[in-house]
Design a protein around this ligand. Structure first.
Ligand code: C2O
Ligand code: CU
Ligand code: CU
Length: 498
């Protein structure tokens, strides 16, 4: 194990240069223990960008750029960011308004920016068909047709989504509406309403990010032993001594987390991917797979410091769990050291009812589809075959896999025939989970979702409404959000046709 002394703390860095082969066969052993000891820093809060009105359209200027980040004292790391060195600003917008994104790419290679969780026309989606060449710009415009929620945006450049997101091409979006605005939830950005982007990363000894798509990392997805939270290692946050709203995004390429507090205190889950739940769900732990979001409210009025912690998620699957254990990969990470500062603002009691959602009614569905997720491990070991597939096929940009009729509701049954859990994501819609192996979803999965974990051997049924926007040619994607699985072919394309 190679370690570096960094400003009084110890961070474990991988011996990436020249050591890649050994790293591959030994998995994470060379990385050693997580780097919990880098000196504490205040949590970075992404800049809040409200855009500029131009001809009645809320316009955001987004520059994809190269940067240099200082995650550790005295160490520089080449990264990618949007309007900054690493990650991007938080884009704030309101339901019903039209937004325009002026995206310019200056990262030195082609990229895309996808609006994850947004319902929009396929041409504005920012998937692999909306490539922005290096030096070029792209300006999609669309109406915000969502519930109030926390969505996000990130590179979707086939087959470079994994490395581009890993180096920093991602950011958060806050969508607001009247219904939620009236609720009197904590909403002071960066003060009592704080986004937390969780990303595990591995580093080379020279400080650069370690990224490799060797067989192990492709299969397990690229994981690291250092947790970045909004790009901060070992962050603390001075909070008002009252209710704190955290908007969590698992922005990791592959790692699943189970989140809870160091003193096991209970908190309220109020929202998931696509918006608020009907009512708060009180719990002590929540699971968050790659691309999933959770909004939680934690009460700090006892004034005691507390640490938000990430534990290995039990849902990471047979293979994930087994391999994780074997590779010493089942880390605990401290996510955020929360220090109440004694300041008490007004803190309204949490409403018992948040929003109203329809009951998902499978009777509305006029169509049904099955998507079977497979990892051909044999083929992979032998270096042949289609290791990652959906319905037996690896992603092909030139093949439309499914044609959906606009204005219809469908049931999609996801079946996982592999040994790992896959966080499955579908573009364009916020769906509802009907059942898992025939059982109704738990309370924390009863809201609007755009990403759903499908465990090994499990069948998950979703109800999806394709209300509007049709395009005969341009497809939307569905895929596993373990980015190395996605880049390796576990992705398909559907069009919504008139
Ligand atoms: Cu978060 Cu297809 O993406
Ligand atoms: Cu998406
Ligand atoms: Cu997967």
């Amino acid at each position: 194990m190679k370690t570096l002394l960094l400003g009084g703390g110890i961070a474990a860095l991988a011996d990436g240069a020249g050591g890649t082969a050994g790293y591959g066969s030994l998995g994470r052993w060379l990385l050693g223990a997580p780097a919990a000891a880098a000196s504490p820093r205040p949590l970075a809060i992404p800049t809040l960008l409200v855009g500029e009105p131009r001809a009645g359209v809320r316009t955001f200027d987004l520059n994809l750029q190269k940067g240099v980040s200082r995650f550790f004292d005295g160490v520089t790391t080449p990264t990618l960011g949007i309007n900054g060195a690493y990650l991007g600003p938080t884009l704030k917008m309101r339901v019903g308004e039209t937004v325009r994104m002026e995206v310019t790419n200056r990262i030195g290679e082609a990229s895309t920016i996808h609006w994850h969780g947004f319902h929009l026309p396929a041409g504005a989606d920012g998937g692999p068909h909306q490539v922005i060449a290096d030096g070029a710009s792209w300006s999609p415009q669309f109406e915000v047709r969502q519930r109030a929620s926390m969505l996000w945006y990130h590179s979707h450049m086939v087959p470079r989504t994994g490395p581009q997101v890993y180096h920093g091409l991602a950011g958060v979006a806050y969508v607001e509406d009247e219904e939620t605005g009236r609720l009197d939830l904590p909403g002071d950005y960066g003060v009592d309403d704080v986004p937390l982007v969780l990303q595990d990363r591995a580093f080379n000894r020279d400080g650069s990010l370690f990224y490799s798509t060797n067989m192990h990392n492709t299969m397990m997805g690229m994981r690291g032993n250092v947790l970045l939270v909004n790009g901060t290692v070992n962050p603390y946050f001075e909070a008002r001594t009252q209710k704190l709203r955290l908007r969590l995004l698992n922005g990791s390429n592959a790692r699943f987390y189970s989140l809870g507090f160091s003193d096991n205190r209970r908190f309220s889950l109020i929202g998931t991917d696509g918006g608020l739940l009907e009512r708060p769900y009180e719990t002590s732990h929540i699971a968050l797979a790659p691309a999933e979001r959770a909004q939680i409210i934690v009460d700090l009025s006892d004034g005691r410091p507390v640490v938000l912690r990430a534990f290995p998620a039990p849902t990471s699957g047979t293979m994930g769990g087994m391999m994780g254990g074997m590779m010493g990969d089942d880390f605990n990470f401290d996510v955020l050291d929360i220090r109440p500062n004694g300041q008490r603002g007004r803190s309204a009691p949490l409403p018992s009812r948040l929003v109203t959602l329809d009951r998902p009614d499978p009777g509305q569905a006029s169509g049904a589809r099955r998507l079977v997720l497979q990892m051909g491990m044999g083929g992979m070991m032998m270096g042949g075959g289609e290791p990652f597939s959906i319905n037996g096929k690896a992603m092909d940009m030139n093949r439309i896999d499914e044609v959906v009729r606009v204005g219809t509701t469908e049931i999609w049954q996801l079946e996982n025939r592999s040994m790992m859990a896959h966080p499955f994501h579908i573009h364009d819609v916020q769906f509802r989970i009907l059942d898992r192996d025939g059982a109704p979803p738990p309370p924390w999965e009863m809201g609007l979702k755009d990403t759903v974990v499908v465990n090994p051997d499990e069948r998950v049924r979703l109800l999806l409404q394709f209300a509007d926007y049709s395009d005969p040619d341009l497809p939307y994607m569905y895929h596993c959000h373990v980015l190395e699985h996605e880049d390796s072919g576990m992705m398909g394309q559907f069009v919504v046709a008139a």
